[in-house]
Ligand binder design. Structure first.
Ligand code: F1P
Length: 337
């Protein structure tokens, strides 16, 4: 199963990504807005990367699905503003991203940067600057290492733009921590293999919301389970009505949201739902299952550590259900229009 190998072998690849991005000269100059874009998993990278970039650099950043950039340009681009478009694609050949880059040329004052796992593609050629992570050559249809490495690469990019030694030093610890993370696979199996839970919800807030969305996509792609994701407290505003004893909520916790997260866990449990938390939690925090991550890395830089658990959970459920995660239904590595 190459999907399994790609999920569990991420630490080494992240180290290589760090070295590549640190050694590139990626000065972006003065821009009003950085617009991160991609499709599917690559769009979810954009969602997390944009929030991270804005927090670390103070430059306004947002994420837009690539198709929106050419279908609804004026809702994404303000005339007269200067943009950096960051195009994200594992393959570098997805139709929407190529159409968007071509379309925007005439519509905005912009420069472009691509991040991809294939530096020799139309997207890389079209962009002014490229982060080429050619060491990631995934066989799996579903994106695993490519998600974690492109997101991590963009975090290192943001920290170097901001000259932020503190953030960079924390990010440098991530490859080793990820390599050590998956030693106990039972931590996710307890939820993945519980088939009495048929409704699965992923919650993450801030720059973790893109990861919650990606976790949902991984589970859908590998198991065709209908699942949902929300920003943590948004879950209370309607979606919580679906909670019952068949529901499991996987909640990404951070130290700065812990009090709110604890109250949310209790509310879900009161309705019969089960909660697995992944993240940093203070002493005394209660949930049905807890995967506790180190708090030596701040909330801002810990993303890479959550990802393998969420990918593994989808993989384990697929195996338990008798599906082949290497051959997901109705999917191809690249979608072309
Ligand atoms: C993006 C993508 C994947 C999805 C599927 C089809 O590809 O939409 O997220 O899982 O395999 O392609 P890319 O633009 O990053 O190559």
């Amino acid at each position: 199963m190459y999907t399994y190998k790609e999920i569990t072998g991420q630490g080494e690849q992240l180290q290589k990504t760090l070295e590549i991005v640190e050694n590139l000269n990626l000065e972006i100059g003065n821009v009003d807005q950085v617009l991160f874009t991609g499709c599917g998993t690559s769009y979810y990278i954009a969602a997390s990367a944009a929030k991270y970039f804005q927090t670390v650099t103070g430059v306004f950043a947002s994420a837009i699905p690539a198709s929106e950039l050419f279908l609804h340009t004026s809702s994404c681009i303000v005339p007269g503003k200067k943009y950096l478009i960051v195009a994200i694609s594992r393959s570098g050949t997805t139709s929407e991203i190529l159409i968007a880059l071509d379309h925007l040329k005439g519509h905005a004052d912009l420069s472009t940067m691509a991040i991809t796992c294939n530096g020799d593609t139309p997207m890389a050629t079209a962009a002014d600057k490229v982060i080429a992570l050619d060491h990631i050559s995934e066989k799996s249809v579903v994106m695993t290492q490519s998600f974690s490495n492109m997101l991590y690469g963009l975090q290192v990019f943001a920290a170097t733009q901001a000259n932020s030694t503190h953030n960079l030093n924390e990010l440098k610890q991530i490859p080793q921590l990820v390599a050590e993370a998956l030693t106990n696979e039972d931590l996710t199996k307890v939820v993945a293999e519980d088939l009495s839970k048929t409704r699965i919800i992923f919650l993450g807030s801030g720059s973790y919301n893109g990861i919650a969305k990606e976790a949902t996509l991984k589970l859908k792609e590998m198991t065709q389970t209908e699942c949902e994701s929300y920003s943590n407290l948004e879950f209370r505003h309607g979606p919580i009505s679906i909670v019952d004893e068949t529901t499991v909520v996987i909640l990404m916790t951070q130290l700065e949201t812990a009090d709110y997260d604890q109250a949310l866990v209790k509310d879900i449990q009161k309705l019969g739902g089960c909660v697995l938390t992944i993240g940093t939690t203070p002493e005394g925090f209660e949930a049905d299952h807890i995967i506790k991550l180190t708090d030596e890395i701040s909330d801002l830089n810990r993303h890479g550590m959550y990802v393998p658990y969420l990918q593994l959970l989808a993989y384990q459920r697929a195996i338990h259900l008798g599906y082949n995660p290497d051959k997901p239904r109705n999917l191809t590595q690249v979608v072309k229009l």
